[in-house]
Design a protein around this ligand. Structure first.
Ligand code: XIL
Length: 354
């Protein structure tokens, strides 16, 4: 009996998901290079120090066609020495690596509620405006012709979806106002880059997803040069079946390119008592990642901008940093040795169905 590709790729997942095989070593998972089967650039987050890690470089060269700086292109790093001493050393290093390896570069991120308050503190309105506009001009201008796209504004919406976040940017320009200004300045700085609004939990928190849709509508009506929608996709294993697919049906309505911009799926949950086995968690993760990738594949080709994971190996994940690390989470497509995880099989299955 000939096994279909889906069955062959899914077999180890099935094995891993069946407790009674828990003692058996699951068969190694074999997937083609993900960039070779993805319907658009397959990307990953990157930290400059990984460029000196030969194993990471080999895994990235084999699987990845685009890079997103994980934190060294953010204001917190660039302006660490103050507004008048921007530091582009590591973002330049990442940009040069991308160019040298034929990889695209997605800029992340120009304006974020979470950063910049200290650097902009104490400025009068005129100075604040010069600094805001100047920062975007300097950063987006520096990578003009190198960055194919930008997260112009990151995470403007409150976690419960009840409205937009208050922050130092909204206090100066208003909630929609700072977003409009940021996009207008980014458009001037780089007329060719695709400009994105980036957010998380749109598909898993209905009120937040609704708020995102309303914000996009308002921005487009206001003539904002918004050209792409970023769904970070930090998935949970307990997102209800169908929720992700339903949201894609809504977000696709704008006809804009969509970037799965920061995919990972932790096996851990907020539940205090969660006795599920690792195998059961991996099966739930596979279901969520499959639903996401299938929904992305169902978009028209022109709306499939890029598909980016927030790191390649489990130990590269922000979920595995510092005291948050439980040593067992497997939120990414490859394990700590660079071997494909069930997530990689789920992605390969969706990108190239049998
Ligand atoms: C995270 C990085 O992964 C961490 O290493 C860093 O300490 C904090 O920022 N949404 C975003 C990303 O847009 O920039 C965040 O990245 C994760 C959530």
């Amino acid at each position: 009996m000939k096994l279909s590709r889906r069955a062959v790729l899914a077999a180890p997942v099935a094995l891993a998901a069946c407790d009674r095989f828990a003692s058996a070593e699951p068969a190694p998972i074999i997937v083609p290079p993900l960039k070779s089967i993805a319907p658009c650039p397959f990307g990953t987050a990157v930290k400059a120090m990984q460029l000196d890690d030969a194993e990471w470089v080999a895994l990235a060269r084999a699987n990845v066609a685009q890079l997103t700086p994980e934190w060294e292109m953010k204001m917190e790093y660039i302006l660490a020495k103050g507004l008048d001493r921007p530091n582009f050393d590591r973002s330049d290093h990442i940009a040069a690596f991308a160019q040298a390896n034929g990889m695209g570069l997605h800029g992340h991120t120009l304006i974020w509620y979470a950063q910049g308050e200290q650097a902009f503190a104490g400025l009068d309105n005129a100075a604040f405006d010069r600094a805001f506009d100047g920062y975007i001009a300097a950063l987006a201008g520096r990578y003009r012709g190198k960055a194919r796209s930008w997260d112009v504004v990151n995470e403007p919406i409150l976690d419960d979806g009840s409205g937009l976040r208050d922050c130092h940017w909204s206090r100066r320009y208003g909630h929609d106002g700072y977003i409009l200004r940021a996009f207008e300045k980014a458009r001037i700085a780089d007329p060719e880059a695709v400009l994105f609004l980036n957010e998380y939990n749109q598909e898993s928190v209905p009120a937040k997803g609704e708020q995102f849709l309303r914000l996009v509508e308002r921005l487009l009506k206001a003539g904002c040069p918004l050209q792409g929608l970023g769904l970070q996709s930090h998935l949970w294993i307990d997102i209800p079946d169908g929720a992700i697919a339903r949201y894609y049906g809504q977000i696709a309505q704008f006809g804009l390119p969509i970037h799965v911009s920061e995919l990972d799926c932790s096996l851990r949950t907020e539940k205090r008592l969660d006795a599920r086995s690792q195998a059961n968690r991996i099966a739930a993760q596979t279901a969520r990642v499959t639903e996401l990738a299938d929904a992305f594949m169902a978009l028209p080709a022109r709306q499939r901008y890029a598909f980016t994971v927030w790191g390649l190996r489990d130990t590269d994940s922000w979920y595995r940093q510092g005291d948050k690390d439980d040593g067992r989470d497997k939120p990414l497509p490859f394990d700590s040795f660079g071997r494909p995880n069930p997530m990689a099989a789920a992605l390969a299955n969706a990108f190239r169905p049998s």
